[in-house]
Write a protein of this length. Structure first.
Length: 206
């Protein structure tokens, strides 16, 4: 089947967002990343910063703690869902609606799982070695009180817990994606080249 949607999951600092933007520009497709955050913020009434953190990261790096801390929502408020589950539900609806609009690239937010029943998705995971990612986040975001390695570790763990909680899948496991690419070995631009070629080949074969 022809590819109409590309989802990009990625390790923090691996350049996955850059790959996604590059692909959208080359293909002439819509690009969704922070646009999803804005829409979820509108529909939930939460501010964008809160949605950005709670729509992709667990507030704790331990799955059991995350589940227990979510608790139950108040009946009549957020349909009785916890804040995390409410954001997940709204975010999933936003992503599903986006996919119906036409060809697009969607970065993060477990879009690969949300759209799992569509046959026209190409799900990509971008990763890189710790050294390359550490150098990149310092260059892009500057230093912080935590070491670059600690920042990466915390972000990755929070994404892993969030993914497991809401999808039951192991974040980053290659079997859960159509293609897994190491941007530190291949290069960010080359990662985009590979995915672009795959999309174009499916168009020709369709």
């Amino acid at each position: 089947m022809e590819t109409n949607i590309i989802t990009i999951s990625r390790e923090f600092g691996s350049g996955g967002r850059t790959v996604g933007k590059d692909l959208a520009e080359r293909l002439g497709w819509a690009y969704y990343d922070k646009e999803i955050i804005k829409q979820v913020a509108v529909e939930t009434g939460f501010n964008e910063e809160f949605v950005a953190e709670n729509g992709e990261y667990a507030p704790t790096k331990n799955l059991l703690s995350y589940i227990l801390s979510s608790g139950n929502g108040t009946p009549g408020i957020m349909n009785g869902l916890s804040v995390g589950d409410f954001i997940w539900a709204v975010q999933s609806k936003v992503i599903t609606n986006i996919a119906e609009k036409g060809s697009c690239v969607i970065v993060g937010r477990c879009a690969d799982y949300v759209l799992r029943n569509r046959g026209d998705c190409l799900n990509i995971f971008i990763h890189a070695d710790m050294g390359a990612r550490a150098e990149r986040i310092v260059r892009l975001y500057g230093e912080s009180e935590k070491s670059p390695e600690k920042r990466l570790e915390d972000k990755d763990k929070a994404r892993r817990v969030y993914c497991k909680r809401h999808t039951g899948l192991d974040w980053g496991m290659s079997q859960n994606y159509n293609l897994s690419l190491d941007s530190s070995k291949i290069g960010i631009e080359k990662c985009a080249d590979i995915v672009y070629t795959l999309v174009k080949e499916t168009e020709q074969n369709f």
